[in-house]
Design a protein around this ligand. Sequence first.
Ligand SMILES: Cc1ncc(COP(=O)(O)O)c(C=O)c1O
Length: 439
Amino acid sequence: MDYRKTDLEHMWHPYTDIQTLEQTDFPVIQSAEGVRLRDTQGKEYLDGISSWWCVNLGHSHPHIVESVVRQAAKLQHSITGGMSHTGVIRLSKMLLNIAPAGLNRVYYASDGASSVEAAVRMAIQYWWNLGLPEKKNIISLEGAYHGDTLGAVGLGFLPKFHKPIQHVVNRSLQAPAPHCFHCPYADNCSLQCFRGMEELLRENADTTAAVIVEPVCQGAAGIRIYPPEYVAKLRKLCTELNILLVADEIAVGFGRTGAMFASDLAEIQPDLMVVGKSLTGGYLPMSAVVATDEVYDSFRQDNGRDRTFYHGHTFSGNPLAAAAAIAALEVFENDNILEHSRVSAELMKNAFMKFGGIPGVHRSTSLGYMSALEISDQAGGRNTAAVVAASALEMGLFIRPLGAVVYLWPPLITQKSDMEEMLGIFGNCLKHSLEDGMC
Ligand SMILES: Cc1ncc(COP(=O)(O)O)c(C=O)c1O
């Protein structure tokens, strides 16, 4: 089969400009192992973004693969409404063992956006359950991204993407974001940027159900890493004002920040924590809302008053996905992933500090296992970040820029030699693209 031709005849790709795709000789991936993707031509690519930020433990990990294969022969689907199955019970226990203290209930959804929807509905209904239906609004951060269903789009509205549907989107209030790349107080950070959030929360406390944030890094906005202390301040204020705090750890959960969860880095306990992507090692779609007993218990019948959470998904807690997630969590613990990932993370951080000195690179930032640069928009009349990505792909490194931000977000299991290879290609392509628009 001519895969590329058939793809262009029949596929509809997410977040992809059709014209650009048709003019691109994009790879068609056939298999992958560890940090390497292999296309139908046999060409290999280092996976610089963990295949959309989820394959934290690398591709084809034998333990995860075996676990899914074993499960596939035993139980493929089992309803979780009013019933349960062994896999999802084991997984819940394992997840709660590593989740921030205070979280004791797991609700399963399918992908990131569906778990964000569930968390927002839980937060709104929580206050309704308590007889405070006026606390119904959600506050998010400017530049937030929480997924692409209509409710989630309302939390992270971006005119560039959402203009055609803006008339049907219920937009949340947004607080100014802690944008460290463009901080007016950069030399003397005492979190002055928190003031905007504080004012908004104080003004709207009576009508606000929850604040949702991507703790310590607004990923899709351009890997905007910000201080954990901001999240700690937010936790404190939410408690003071009786507002729930939802930590969207879909991108940063499971080791990306150097801690298991970004909430751990900030030393906070969210009321609701949302996880997805790497929960299954990125192998199968599964997401979850992890909640406190306080939130959960408010959904019990109250003197005959029905407070059930009427919300669910066919694949909630799917046994195959649960088997992948159990195996992924086992790999995390048995292989001591957090500890071992520090060596390559340090290499990446040091290299990005050096890249920060290349003319045309405006800013460099790193945290845990993610490093990003903001670079000049244009070089030789072309979008520089796109040129860097195209030339890196040519050289065998797959990355995907965000506006003028180029970054690495590789699997946490990337060995020193693979990391050096990634950084070598990344640095060369960056330098050459900024110098003359070509690698
Ligand atoms: C912070 C955050 N929340 C939610 C989502 C949506 O997840 P999904 O694409 O699985 O729906 C993403 C996806 O990138 C994300 O980064």
